[in-house]
Structures are given as structure tokens and as C-alpha cells.
Design a protein around this ligand. Structure first.
Ligand SMILES: NC(=O)c1ccc[n+]([C@@H]2O[C@H](COP(=O)([O-])OP(=O)(O)OC[C@H]3O[C@@H](n4cnc5c(N)ncnc54)[C@H](OP(=O)(O)O)[C@@H]3O)[C@@H](O)[C@H]2O)c1
Length: 255
């Protein structure tokens, strides 16, 4: 098993891509702390991980609140003793045209997608630096690479920030044996898509996703989880500072 004995944190691990990553890591032998705001969701996933024979923690928390992030990391260290893998997956979207964007919406998107990711990275990296090893995997987005539909300005800007932050952290933490990479998923039908769009907009999301993918389809949460497992494993030991797309080949990004 590629992650036997490893200890991982997955933010936003109660649903969608995060849940798929939790289950993939657990099947590969990792013990996992699952954290997000909705306690019910993460407790359900925790029980599924325990059913696989792994140790698991569900820690309700909001990545936007530094104190809650620090408390979560303290609980994980108290329970697991170390942290080998951090997956910064928690994210949110509120598609809004630029002229209609309010400061509150901008802040919600940036505080969740970028500031929360910074809080989690900083808190965990302090331990990884002492350990002299670790893997940090940030979930970015295809939107950061210019494949934007209207209404994605704040989301795309936050995810472009994630890419820049990923590279900066890779540079600073590399000397301590820590790999920092990002995954930029293409279109995948998850609760985030349904929560941020009308049913008509979801249909459009699917239609555009199929027509702009070389493979002619949307991705699955498991396909992102397979890539996360590779990046978390020793197979990816010489890969760092990369933003890796997993998007079925987007025709509008192929030149
Ligand atoms: N689906 C796509 O097509 C797609 C494409 C590219 C990138 N992504 C990225 O993939 C990641 C996962 O999204 P998803 O599509 O799987 O949607 P999702 O199921 O809605 O997952 C987002 C997760 O983030 C958590 N979260 C949101 N705000 C949080 C906060 N303040 N504190 C802690 N946790 C928070 C949510 O849990 P709670 O509500 O319980 O807090 C939820 O579990 C996101 O970063 C998203 O931007 C998705």
C-alpha cells in the first residue's frame, strides 16, 4: 500500500473531490483527519474510513479562522503524532459578473480558497519542517489557467493565487524535503457546482464541459483522487512546484 502508516489531513473532505481523496488515501493505508464546517458530513466519511480499518478523525472547523485551523492541527498532532500529507481542498465558488461582485462575495471566495489555504499550510508546514519531510497538495482549478466562463473572475483570481502560493511554498520548503504541488481539475459534477448554479446553469456547465474536452466528457472525483495519491506517494518524490492539470484535455487551452 503506497501510503501505509502515513498521516494525512484533507480539508473539505466530507464531500466531492475531498471525500474521494480521503477514501483513496485510506484505501492506500493512510490515517486521515477530515475537516470542514459541516460536522455531519465529515463524521460520516470518518466512519467510512474507520470501516476500512484505518484511524480517522473528524474535526469540524472553518479554514477562514486561523484559531480554528491551529486547533485542528493541534488535535491531529495529539492524535497521530505527525502529519505527512496535507491536501488543501476546501473551496467555494459564487459565479458573479465583475460589475455585480460585492466586497462580501470577493472576500468569501478569497478567504476560503486562498487565505484558508495559507492558514492550513503555515500551521502544518511548521511540523513538516521539523520532520524534514512532507507532501502538500493544493486543489487549484482549470479556471486559473484561463479557461473561464463569464462570472469566474474572483474564483479564477483566487485559484491563480493558489498556483503562485504553491510555487512559493515549494521554493521555501524544498530544502526541508517537502514537496508542494497543485492539481488543476477540469469540470466535475460535485456539490460545489450544484450549490453555485441554477439547474439551467448546471446543464450548461455539463454541455460546455463535454464540448471543450478532447475526451468529450466531464471528469470524476476519483480521477482527481488518483492524481492526488500519486503526488502524495514516494512515486512523486522528485516532483515539486508543479500545477498539474487533470481535465480531459481542454481544447481551448491546447493552442
Ligand atoms: N467541481 C469542479 O468542477 C472543480 C473544478 C476545479 C476545481 N475544483 C475545486 O475542488 C475543490 C473541491 O470542490 P468540489 O468540487 O469537490 O466541491 P464540494 O463538494 O462543494 O467541496 C468543497 C468542500 O470545501 C468545504 N469548505 C467550503 N468552505 C469551507 C470553509 N470555510 N472551511 C472548511 N471547509 C470548507 C466544504 O465543506 P463544508 O461546507 O462542510 O465546510 C466542502 O466539503 C475546491 O477547491 C474547488 O474549487 C472543483
Amino acid at each position: 500500500m503506497k501510503l501505509a502508516g502515513k498521516k494525512a489531513i484533507v480539508t473539505g473532505g466530507g464531500t466531492g473531490i475531498g471525500k474521494a481523496i480521503v477514501m483513496e488515501f485510506a484505501s492506500a493505508g493512510a490515517d486521515i483527519a477530515i475537516c470542514s464546517r459541516n460536522a455531519q458530513n465529515i463524521e460520516k466519511v470518518r466512519d467510512e474510513v474507520i470501516a476500512l480499518g484505518r484511524n480517522a478523525l473528524a474535526v469540524p472547523m472553518d479554514v477562514r479562522v486561523k484559531e480554528q485551523v491551529d486547533n485542528m492541527v493541534g488535535k491531529v498532532i495529539a492524535e497521530f503524532g505527525r502529519i505527512d500529507i496535507l491536501v488543501n481542498n476546501a473551496g467555494i465558488n459564487r459565479p458573479t459578473p465583475v460589475l455585480d461582485l460585492t466586497e462580501d462575495t470577493w472576500n468569501l471566495i478569497f478567504d476560503t480558497n486562498l487565505k484558508g489555504l495559507f492558514f492550513c499550510t503555515q500551521a502544518v508546514a511548521r511540523y513538516m519542517i521539523k520532520q524534514h519531510c512532507g507532501k502538500i497538495i493544493n486543489i487549484s482549478s482549470n479556471a486559473s489557467r484561463g479557461a473561464n466562463e463569464p462570472g469566474q473572475a474572483a474564483y479564477a483570481a483566487s485559484k491563480t493565487g493558489v498556483n503562485a502560493f504553491t510555487k512559493a511554498c515549494a521554493r521555501e520548503f524544498g530544502p526541508y524535503g517537502i514537496n508542494v504541488n497543485a492539481i488543476a481539475p477540469g469540470r466535475i459534477l460535485t456539490p460545489l457546482i450544484h450549490a453555485s448554479r441554477t439547474p439551467e446553469q448546471v446543464e450548461k456547465f455539463i454541455e460546455v464541459g463535454k464540448s471543450t474536452s478532447v475526451l468529450g466528457r466531464l471528469g470524476t472525483t476519483e480521477e482527481i483522487a488518483h492524481l492526488a495519491l500519486f503526488l502524495a506517494s514516494d512515486d512523486a518524490a522528485f516532483i515539486t512546484a508543479e500545477i498539474i492539470a487533470c481535465n480531459g484535455g481542454r481544447t481551448n487551452l491546447m493552442g
